[in-house]
Structures are given as C-alpha cells and as structure tokens.
Design a protein around this ligand. Sequence first.
Ligand code: CMP
Length: 138
Amino acid sequence: ATNLTFTMIKPDAVEGGHTGAIIKLIEEAGFRIVAIKKTQLTPERAGQFYAVHRERPFYNDLRTYMSSGAIVPMILEKENAVADFRKLIGATNPAQAEEGTIRKLYAKSMQENAVHGSDSDENAEIEASFFFATTDRY
Ligand code: CMP
C-alpha cells in the first residue's frame, strides 16, 4: 500500500549545495513530496530528535553536528516508502553504501551522511510530526 516516510537532508549536504540534486534523485525514484521546509535545529531539539541514541558514544557529536547548519526535512509518499527509501539512501557508513545511492554520492562520513531515513512506519509518523503539522501535508 502507499505509505509515508520521513527524511531530512543534513547540514553537510545542505551546506555543500546538494539539496537540489538529492531532491531530484528522490523524485526520480518515484517518491512524492508531501511536506518540505528549510529550518535549523537547536542542540536541544536535535537531542530530542535522536533521543533513542542518547546512550551511544556518538550522541553528543551527533547533536552538535545536526544543529550546526540548515536542514531540509521532508515527508515522502510512495508504495513501500520506508524500505524503498532506505534502499535509495544506502548504508549509514558511506564506505559500505552501494553505487548510485544518495550516501555513496554525497555522504562525507558515518556521521555526516547527507540524509536521514526513518526505519519503520511508526517512527516515520513520529519523526514527521516532529517537524510538520497535519495541516502542512499536501
Ligand atoms: P541517521 O540514519 O540519521 O541516524 C542516526 C545518526 O547518527 C546516523 O544517521 C549518523 O548521522 C549518526 N551515526 C550513526 N552511527 C554513528 C557512528 N558510529 N559514529 C558517528 N555517527 C554515527
């Protein structure tokens, strides 16, 4: 069935001028943009977004990085959206990402990995709601 996923283009990719190229890959892969904006997280809000990782050694760096510049959060719609989008972005570690994936093309490192992609339908809705009201979805 058609469903939703959530993504954000991260500070390294926005700063690097890759927003347009990444959106083009996403649309060419058959995703429809339901909601989009450009914004910046405070370290506190970045910490909230990634609260599941708060015990991880990289949590503090992740908060600093994710609040270091503008991001472009989006809600995307497609059949099998969560799984297909994770295929499109490739592995978290760009060194292990497949050719042609967004991370292979644009990620700089394990942390500065260009894009986020939700890992379940449930998290997609939680993450989408973190940035967008129901009335901002078209
Ligand atoms: P993302 O898919 O958005 O989910 C959690 C993020 O934490 C991940 O992308 C990376 O930006 C970062 N991350 C995950 N694992 C590591 C790691 N081992 N070292 C540094 N950053 C990481």
